[in-house]
Design a protein around this ligand. Structure first.
Ligand code: FNR
Length: 427
């Protein structure tokens, strides 16, 4: 409604409401590297396109003369109240787009009353991001480290800082084949972006010191294996340490002075995610946290069923915005198959390709309990900082509200496939 009021005064919004305009304007505002990283997908981009095409296969059938004048968009997921069924997806290394990006996103998210899922690859310590959320709930997204002590430390910090749920991302045990980044020679993580959860973690610093000490005794772990790729990786890691030591004097710098800094460099490179992650790891979680646990990056109905058998509280159907396995199934199609398998009761969220309030409506009608917005809020950040993030969320929620009003859905529970959706006719 605020946006209509400005419109009547002839004022265009600072953040465009049309998704392609938002994207285009954000591109102009971003560096080539930031654009490649944020907008880019895996491989040839087939999954990114499939995510959008899946929405085009469904059509809403509005109902008229229902006589309702008010809507209630509120809902609740695993004890977290939502003012609308929209949350912000975790985004790592967002400092490529703006300084103090996580804190700005948190401010915008909180201003919209929307929970934010804070990334392990964040660029501020989660405690600072949590403070910027104020009273609005936030969740913590975990990348499962190769070091179990770091897993416990990150979970403990999230609990202490007030996270309301733990999201374990499973689809990025290794970074996908990110062609746009590769072609620019730009891989944010190895360039010192998105490592603030680590450098602010006392346990992590302990692990670095241990490894440096161990490497000091047994010569460099690189000995004999120093192929060209390895050397490149270490050079990238060295930049990481240098950047970080400038920002946190005394922290990483101590390690740079140590006799074998290469071990410290390697720690950054191999600690972030465990490629050998298995169901056995997930089964340990019940004893490691009191928070509700969601698994993010589930696409196969068997995996969804197994997740609930393993005692997790929810799944997030996601292909990481088409950034991991190119040619993987569209997230919305996976949602339909997974709902069919697990039934109506278990908590199932979805992301990847959601751009508008109408998209949220379709996802809910196909069985999602709530949705996550990824890239759009980063574009808002690029255009207008925290206010831009808030505006992107407000616009999506405003369109959802209108869609409900114009279809006769009074509450989120009213949005069902039977009531409003038909498959689109074949082209
Ligand atoms: C992501 N995503 C992501 N996911 C996660 O669990 N941890 C992370 O650190 C990140 N980092 C990240 C960075 C950037 C730049 C993007 C675009 C995405 C995935 C994200 O949470 C979400 O699944 C997708 O962004 C959803 O797809 P859309 O909305 O971008 O199409």
């Amino acid at each position: 409604s605020a946006i209509y009021r400005r419109g009547t005064l002839g004022q265009a919004p600072r953040v465009p409401t049309a998704p392609h305009e938002l994207e285009g304007r954000a591109r102009d505002a971003m560096s080539d590297r930031a654009w490649a990283y944020v907008a880019g997908g895996a491989g040839a981009g087939a999954t990114m396109r499939a995510n959008r095409a899946a929405f085009d296969r469904w059509q809403i059938v509005p109902r008229v003369l229902h006589g309702h004048t008010t809507r209630d968009l509120r809902t609740e997921v695993l004890g977290t109240p939502l003012s609308a069924p929209v949350m912000l997806a975790p985004i790592g290394a967002a400092e490529l787009v703006a300084r103090e990006a996580d804190v700005a996103i948190a401010r915008g998210s909180a201003a919209a009353g929307t929970p934010y899922i804070v990334s392990t690859q964040g660029c501020s310590p989660m405690e600072a991001t949590a403070r910027a959320m104020g009273e609005v709930p936030w969740w913590y997204q975990l990348y499962w480290s190769t070091d179990e002590r770091l897993v416990d430390s990150l979970i403990g910090r999230a609990e202490a800082a007030g996270a309301r749920a733990l999201v374990v991302t499973l689809d990025t045990t290794m970074l996908g084949w990110r062609t746009a980044d590769l072609d620019l020679g730009s891989l944010p993580f190895t360039q010192g972006m998105g490592i603030a959860q680590y450098t602010s973690d006392p346990r992590f610093m302990e692990i670095v010191r241990e490894r440096v000490a161990a490497a000091g005794e047994a010569a460099s772990p690189l000995a004999g294996t120093a192929g060209v790729e390895k050397v490149r990786a270490v050079a990238g890691g060295a930049r990481t340490l240098l950047n970080q030591s400038r920002r946190h004097p005394g922290g990483v710098r101590d390690n740079l002075r140590s006799p074998v800094p290469r071990a410290a460099v390697e720690t950054f490179l191999d600690i972030y995610s465990n490629p050998g992650l298995s169901w056995q790891h997930i089964e340990t979680l019940r004893e490691r946290t009191t928070l509700p646990v969601l698994l993010k990056g589930i696409l196969h109905p068997d995996d969804a069923a197994r997740a609930f058998e393993a005692g997790v509280d929810g799944v997030i159907v996601s292909n990481h915005g088409g950034r991991q396995v190119d040619r993987s199934i569209a997230s919305l199609d996976a949602l339909v198959a997974i709902r069919e398998r697990v039934g109506r009761e278990p908590v199932v969220l979805v992301d990847s390709g959601i751009r508008t309030g109408a998209d949220v409506f379709v996802a809910l009608a196909l069985g999602a309990d709530a949705t996550l917005l990824g890239r759009p809020h980063v574009y808002g950040l690029a255009l207008d900082g925290a206010d831009g993030v808030r505006d992107v969320i407000d616009d999506v929620v405003a369109e959802l509200d209108l869609t409900m009003g114009l279809t006769g859905a009074q509450s989120i529970a009213d949005i069902t496939r039977d009531a409003f959706l038909v498959p689109a006719p074949a082209p």
